[in-house]
Ligand binder design. Structure first.
Ligand SMILES: Cc1cc2nc3c(=O)[nH]c(=O)nc-3n(C[C@H](O)[C@H](O)[C@H](O)COP(=O)(O)O)c2cc1C
Length: 221
Protein backbone atom coordinates (compact mmCIF):
# COMPACT_ATOMS: atom_id res chain seq x y z
CA UNK A 1 0.00 0.00 0.00
CA UNK A 2 1.21 3.50 -0.87
CA UNK A 3 2.19 5.47 2.22
CA UNK A 4 -0.09 8.42 1.47
CA UNK A 5 -3.01 6.06 0.90
CA UNK A 6 -2.28 4.28 4.18
CA UNK A 7 -2.27 7.59 6.07
CA UNK A 8 -5.50 8.82 4.49
CA UNK A 9 -7.24 5.46 4.59
CA UNK A 10 -6.53 4.67 8.26
CA UNK A 11 -9.51 5.18 10.51
CA UNK A 12 -10.75 3.71 13.73
CA UNK A 13 -12.39 0.32 13.45
CA UNK A 14 -14.73 -0.69 16.26
CA UNK A 15 -16.01 -4.08 15.03
CA UNK A 16 -13.80 -6.98 13.95
CA UNK A 17 -14.11 -10.38 12.28
CA UNK A 18 -13.36 -13.38 14.53
CA UNK A 19 -10.32 -14.11 12.35
CA UNK A 20 -7.01 -14.57 14.18
CA UNK A 21 -3.95 -12.54 13.26
CA UNK A 22 -0.79 -14.60 12.68
CA UNK A 23 1.86 -14.04 15.35
CA UNK A 24 4.41 -13.49 12.53
CA UNK A 25 2.34 -10.58 11.23
CA UNK A 26 2.03 -9.00 14.68
CA UNK A 27 5.79 -9.35 15.09
CA UNK A 28 6.44 -7.83 11.68
CA UNK A 29 4.21 -4.86 12.50
CA UNK A 30 6.11 -4.26 15.77
CA UNK A 31 9.46 -4.81 14.05
CA UNK A 32 8.49 -2.15 11.52
CA UNK A 33 7.05 0.30 14.06
CA UNK A 34 10.30 0.25 16.10
CA UNK A 35 11.90 2.36 13.35
CA UNK A 36 10.01 5.35 14.74
CA UNK A 37 12.28 8.23 15.78
CA UNK A 38 12.81 9.01 19.45
CA UNK A 39 14.80 11.75 21.16
CA UNK A 40 18.45 10.59 21.41
CA UNK A 41 17.15 7.21 20.22
CA UNK A 42 16.04 6.05 23.67
CA UNK A 43 13.17 3.99 22.17
CA UNK A 44 11.03 4.36 25.28
CA UNK A 45 8.04 2.30 24.10
CA UNK A 46 7.05 -0.96 25.75
CA UNK A 47 4.20 -3.10 24.51
CA UNK A 48 2.03 -5.94 25.81
CA UNK A 49 0.22 -8.11 23.27
CA UNK A 50 -2.94 -9.64 24.76
CA UNK A 51 -5.01 -12.33 23.13
CA UNK A 52 -7.31 -15.16 24.20
CA UNK A 53 -7.35 -15.76 27.95
CA UNK A 54 -5.36 -12.65 28.99
CA UNK A 55 -7.56 -10.38 26.86
CA UNK A 56 -10.66 -11.95 28.33
CA UNK A 57 -9.44 -11.55 31.93
CA UNK A 58 -8.46 -7.95 31.35
CA UNK A 59 -11.84 -7.12 29.81
CA UNK A 60 -13.69 -8.88 32.66
CA UNK A 61 -11.74 -6.95 35.31
CA UNK A 62 -12.11 -3.55 33.62
CA UNK A 63 -15.84 -4.02 33.09
CA UNK A 64 -16.27 -5.20 36.69
CA UNK A 65 -14.45 -2.05 37.95
CA UNK A 66 -16.69 0.16 35.87
CA UNK A 67 -19.82 -1.67 36.99
CA UNK A 68 -18.75 -1.37 40.66
CA UNK A 69 -18.55 2.35 40.08
CA UNK A 70 -14.78 2.55 40.68
CA UNK A 71 -13.49 6.01 39.78
CA UNK A 72 -11.07 5.81 36.82
CA UNK A 73 -7.56 6.79 37.99
CA UNK A 74 -5.42 6.96 34.84
CA UNK A 75 -1.68 7.59 35.20
CA UNK A 76 -2.15 10.87 33.30
CA UNK A 77 -5.02 13.10 32.20
CA UNK A 78 -5.63 12.61 28.49
CA UNK A 79 -8.41 15.16 28.12
CA UNK A 80 -8.80 18.73 29.43
CA UNK A 81 -10.96 19.28 32.50
CA UNK A 82 -12.56 22.26 30.86
CA UNK A 83 -13.32 21.93 27.16
CA UNK A 84 -12.93 25.03 24.98
CA UNK A 85 -13.92 25.69 21.39
CA UNK A 86 -13.10 24.48 18.78
CA UNK A 87 -12.21 21.25 20.64
CA UNK A 88 -15.53 20.98 22.47
CA UNK A 89 -17.40 21.23 19.16
CA UNK A 90 -15.24 18.62 17.43
CA UNK A 91 -15.59 16.32 20.42
CA UNK A 92 -19.37 16.66 20.30
CA UNK A 93 -19.46 15.89 16.55
CA UNK A 94 -17.23 12.87 17.13
CA UNK A 95 -19.60 11.41 19.75
CA UNK A 96 -22.64 12.18 17.64
CA UNK A 97 -21.19 10.37 14.61
CA UNK A 98 -20.30 7.31 16.69
CA UNK A 99 -23.63 6.99 18.46
CA UNK A 100 -25.70 7.67 15.37
CA UNK A 101 -23.74 4.98 13.49
CA UNK A 102 -24.61 2.65 16.37
CA UNK A 103 -28.24 3.78 16.30
CA UNK A 104 -28.05 4.94 19.92
CA UNK A 105 -30.06 8.02 20.87
CA UNK A 106 -28.74 10.96 22.89
CA UNK A 107 -30.60 10.03 26.04
CA UNK A 108 -30.14 6.26 25.96
CA UNK A 109 -27.55 6.14 28.73
CA UNK A 110 -27.67 2.38 29.13
CA UNK A 111 -26.86 1.67 25.49
CA UNK A 112 -24.15 4.33 25.52
CA UNK A 113 -22.57 2.67 28.52
CA UNK A 114 -22.80 -0.75 26.88
CA UNK A 115 -21.07 0.72 23.81
CA UNK A 116 -18.35 2.13 26.08
CA UNK A 117 -17.82 -1.28 27.69
CA UNK A 118 -16.89 -2.62 24.24
CA UNK A 119 -13.69 -0.60 24.60
CA UNK A 120 -12.63 -2.91 27.40
CA UNK A 121 -13.05 -5.90 25.05
CA UNK A 122 -10.91 -4.18 22.42
CA UNK A 123 -14.12 -4.12 20.36
CA UNK A 124 -13.74 -7.92 20.06
CA UNK A 125 -10.57 -7.55 18.02
CA UNK A 126 -8.51 -10.76 18.27
CA UNK A 127 -5.46 -8.79 19.40
CA UNK A 128 -5.13 -6.08 22.01
CA UNK A 129 -2.01 -3.97 22.46
CA UNK A 130 -1.11 -2.01 25.57
CA UNK A 131 1.58 0.65 25.66
CA UNK A 132 3.77 1.55 28.64
CA UNK A 133 6.42 4.14 29.49
CA UNK A 134 8.77 4.15 32.47
CA UNK A 135 7.74 6.83 34.96
CA UNK A 136 11.37 8.07 35.05
CA UNK A 137 10.84 9.46 31.54
CA UNK A 138 9.63 12.94 30.66
CA UNK A 139 6.92 14.42 28.46
CA UNK A 140 9.14 14.19 25.38
CA UNK A 141 8.89 10.42 25.43
CA UNK A 142 5.15 10.72 24.91
CA UNK A 143 5.88 12.22 21.50
CA UNK A 144 8.06 9.21 20.70
CA UNK A 145 5.30 6.87 21.83
CA UNK A 146 2.75 8.63 19.62
CA UNK A 147 4.99 8.18 16.60
CA UNK A 148 5.54 4.54 17.44
CA UNK A 149 1.79 3.96 17.78
CA UNK A 150 1.06 5.68 14.48
CA UNK A 151 3.69 3.46 12.83
CA UNK A 152 1.81 0.43 14.15
CA UNK A 153 -1.48 1.70 12.76
CA UNK A 154 0.05 2.37 9.34
CA UNK A 155 2.02 -0.88 9.20
CA UNK A 156 -1.20 -2.72 10.06
CA UNK A 157 -2.80 -1.32 6.91
CA UNK A 158 -0.07 -3.00 4.85
CA UNK A 159 -1.47 -6.34 6.05
CA UNK A 160 -5.12 -5.29 5.52
CA UNK A 161 -5.45 -5.02 9.27
CA UNK A 162 -7.21 -2.24 11.12
CA UNK A 163 -6.81 -0.64 14.51
CA UNK A 164 -8.36 1.65 17.08
CA UNK A 165 -6.16 3.49 19.59
CA UNK A 166 -7.89 3.41 22.98
CA UNK A 167 -7.14 5.72 25.89
CA UNK A 168 -10.11 4.05 27.62
CA UNK A 169 -7.86 1.05 28.32
CA UNK A 170 -5.68 3.27 30.51
CA UNK A 171 -8.56 4.28 32.80
CA UNK A 172 -7.69 1.67 35.45
CA UNK A 173 -3.90 1.28 35.20
CA UNK A 174 -3.58 -0.72 38.44
CA UNK A 175 -5.85 -3.42 37.01
CA UNK A 176 -3.82 -3.56 33.79
CA UNK A 177 -0.53 -3.81 35.74
CA UNK A 178 -1.96 -6.39 38.10
CA UNK A 179 -3.38 -8.72 35.44
CA UNK A 180 -0.37 -8.45 33.13
CA UNK A 181 2.16 -8.50 35.97
CA UNK A 182 3.65 -5.17 34.93
CA UNK A 183 5.87 -3.34 37.50
CA UNK A 184 4.35 -0.35 39.30
CA UNK A 185 6.84 2.10 37.78
CA UNK A 186 5.52 1.55 34.27
CA UNK A 187 2.80 4.01 33.27
CA UNK A 188 -0.09 2.70 31.22
CA UNK A 189 -0.35 5.07 28.29
CA UNK A 190 -2.88 3.63 25.91
CA UNK A 191 -4.40 0.51 24.40
CA UNK A 192 -5.08 -0.46 20.80
CA UNK A 193 -7.38 -2.93 19.08
CA UNK A 194 -5.85 -4.80 16.14
CA UNK A 195 -7.62 -7.15 13.76
CA UNK A 196 -9.51 -7.62 10.51
CA UNK A 197 -12.37 -5.13 10.17
CA UNK A 198 -15.93 -6.38 9.91
CA UNK A 199 -16.84 -4.61 6.65
CA UNK A 200 -20.58 -4.93 7.30
CA UNK A 201 -20.72 -3.50 10.80
CA UNK A 202 -22.62 -0.19 10.90
CA UNK A 203 -20.11 1.28 13.37
CA UNK A 204 -17.35 0.94 10.76
CA UNK A 205 -19.16 2.88 8.06
CA UNK A 206 -18.67 6.48 9.12
CA UNK A 207 -15.58 8.66 8.67
CA UNK A 208 -14.70 11.81 10.56
CA UNK A 209 -13.56 14.89 8.64
CA UNK A 210 -10.42 16.93 9.21
CA UNK A 211 -9.81 20.65 9.05
CA UNK A 212 -8.05 21.95 5.93
CA UNK A 213 -4.33 22.40 6.57
CA UNK A 214 -4.74 26.13 5.81
CA UNK A 215 -6.80 26.35 9.05
CA UNK A 216 -3.95 25.26 11.31
CA UNK A 217 -0.84 26.39 9.38
CA UNK A 218 0.96 29.71 9.31
CA UNK A 219 3.47 30.31 6.53
CA UNK A 220 6.46 32.60 6.94
CA UNK A 221 9.03 33.89 4.49
C1 LIG B 1 -4.55 8.36 21.81
C2 LIG B 1 -5.96 8.09 21.33
C3 LIG B 1 -6.86 7.51 22.20
C4 LIG B 1 -8.15 7.18 21.75
N1 LIG B 1 -9.00 6.51 22.59
C5 LIG B 1 -10.18 6.04 22.12
C6 LIG B 1 -10.99 5.20 22.92
O1 LIG B 1 -10.69 4.93 24.08
N2 LIG B 1 -12.13 4.69 22.38
C7 LIG B 1 -12.50 4.97 21.10
O2 LIG B 1 -13.54 4.47 20.67
N3 LIG B 1 -11.73 5.76 20.30
C8 LIG B 1 -10.59 6.29 20.77
N4 LIG B 1 -9.78 7.05 19.96
C9 LIG B 1 -10.16 7.26 18.56
C10 LIG B 1 -10.56 8.67 18.22
O3 LIG B 1 -11.87 8.92 18.69
C11 LIG B 1 -10.49 8.83 16.69
O4 LIG B 1 -9.15 8.72 16.30
C12 LIG B 1 -11.03 10.16 16.21
O5 LIG B 1 -12.39 10.27 16.51
C13 LIG B 1 -10.84 10.32 14.70
O6 LIG B 1 -11.44 9.24 14.03
P1 LIG B 1 -10.62 8.37 12.98
O7 LIG B 1 -9.36 7.93 13.67
O8 LIG B 1 -11.54 7.21 12.65
O9 LIG B 1 -10.35 9.24 11.79
C14 LIG B 1 -8.53 7.46 20.41
C15 LIG B 1 -7.61 8.10 19.57
C16 LIG B 1 -6.34 8.40 20.01
C17 LIG B 1 -5.36 9.04 19.07
Amino acid sequence: MEILDAIRDRHCVRAYLPKPVDAEIITEILDTARWAPSGVNIQPWQVAVVQGESKQRLGDALIAARKRGDEPNPDYPYYPECWQTPYSVRRQKCGLALYSALGIGRKDKEKRLAAWYRNYRFFDAPVGLLFFLDDSLQTGSWLDMGMFMQNIMLAARHFDLDTCPQASLAEYPDIVRDILDIPAEKRVICGMALGYADPDAAVNQYRLPREASSRFTRWYE
